[in-house]
Design a protein around this ligand. Structure first.
Ligand SMILES: Cc1cc2nc3c(=O)[nH]c(=O)nc-3n(C[C@H](O)[C@H](O)[C@H](O)COP(=O)(O)O)c2cc1C
Length: 360
């Protein structure tokens, strides 16, 4: 006997449609990288914490150009407890920056726990611990990368922070202290066990500082360890969209953190995203766009730091924004020698007039 196929009733049709939409949402949500409850997209690009660089003015331009998650410069836990002005100021975060993480460092459990409580009151989206800073003044206090020599201490410090805050805690660290102690696989497991929600690994040891090439093979091993459930972000030497895609595919990380390549070039974030989405290389910024970003950075710098410090600290950025402009020396000297905000604005305007037509 032939069975006639029945057209779906409107009710069945609608519930099928709803189920289809729910399925798509579930699939999409499953692909999102999450730190605790914070959804970051399918392949987030993180702005690296950088002392004297990743302050609110710089973060403003990086956010405008596509950074998915940003971190403050590292903040001394001891400084926070002593209420040092410099440390306190680094806690300044703004709603438009979210999601944003505040990074702290220190070698003392009690101080780290207290600092975590202070960070809590400023309500960032997450709290990051720095176990990677190679600078001698930090290392010799048993903080930053100094902790890489003592994993038990690293675990205790992390646990003290996790217990003192309701924020998701993340860690940024290096492969190990030196070539003979690349202990990142053990470190990742033990830090996950005490409750961190994501780990960023810079593919160098402390002894390497910033020399040589970052080695991502161990980062990939951590990511592929079936015991590891938290997101693993790779860091080190990503400076082009092509390299970002190549490393994403080769090492399988959950996202990439970019540091130096963003200094004076916040477009790196949008360029990487565009290349990953389309395989096309975006044109670099025009001169007008470079000036616009530099001007915004300058305005935010003066706004947040006041004219004196804002003008002074902006000096380190001009050469980076205008890298490659021929015969730029006179303008650079003018920009770094000037103390009056209006004159700096006027000089920036003149750069556009001078170079228009000569560069794109
Ligand atoms: C000027 C500068 C300051 C830095 N300050 C910090 C910091 O405060 N906290 C931190 O975890 N790493 C710091 N780093 C390391 C970067 O976050 C990053 O791990 C490193 O630069 C490697 O990434 P990159 O090759 O993309 O630059 C700093 C690096 C630079 C160049």
């Amino acid at each position: 006997m032939m069975v006639k196929s029945r057209a779906p009733t409107p009710h069945r049709f609608l519930s099928g449609l709803v189920e289809g939409v729910c399925e798509s949402i579930r699939n999409f949500a499953a692909k999102l990288v999450k730190i605790g409850d914070i959804a970051l997209g399918e392949f987030p690009l993180l702005l690296a914490p950088m002392e004297d660089v990743s302050d609110p003015p710089f973060r403003y331009v990086c956010k405008q150009h596509g950074a998915d998650l940003m971190y403050t410069e590292f903040i001394s836990s001891e400084g926070l407890i002593r209420d040092a002005v410099k440390s306190r100021q680094k806690l300044d975060i703004f709603d438009y920056e979210r999601p944003i993480g505040i990074q702290i460092f220190g070698g003392d459990e009690e101080a780290m726990g207290l600092a975590a409580k202070i960070v809590d009151t400023t309500q960032p989206d997450l709290l990051d611990i720095n176990f990677g800073c190679p600078v001698q003044k930090v290392v010799c206090k048993g903080a930053g990368a100094g902790v890489l020599k003592d994993i038990d201490l690293m675990v205790r410090l992390t646990s003290a922070v996790v217990k003192s805050t309701s924020l998701p805690v993340t860690v940024k660290t290096r492969l190990g202290w030196d070539d003979s102690t690349k202990n990142i696989e053990e470190v990742a497991e033990r830090l996950q066990d005490v409750g961190i929600k994501a780990l960023t690994i810079h593919g160098r040891t402390r002894v390497q500082l910033y020399k040589g090439e970052a080695d991502w093979t161990l980062i990939s091993k951590v990511k592929n360890n079936p015991r590891i459930q938290i997101p693993i972000f790779g860091n080190g030497d990503i400076d082009t969209p092509q390299k970002a895609l190549e490393y994403k595919n080769r090492y399988g990380v959950d996202g990439i953190m970019i540091g130096r390549a963003s200094i004076g070039y916040p477009w790196i974030f949008r360029e990487v995203k565009h290349f990953m989405a389309t395989g096309e290389v975006l044109d670099g910024p025009t001169l007008a766009e470079r000036l616009d970003a530099c001007r915004t950075h300058f305005v935010k710098s003066v706004e947040w730091k006041g004219p004196k410090v804002g003008v002074f600290e902006m000096r380190r950025h001009y050469a980076n924004y205008f890298k490659g402009l021929p015969n730029f020396k006179d303008f650079r000297v003018k920009l770094v020698g000037c103390e009056v905000p209006d004159e700096i604005r006027a000089t920036l305007d003149r750069i556009l007039v001078e170079y228009e037509g000569l560069v794109n």
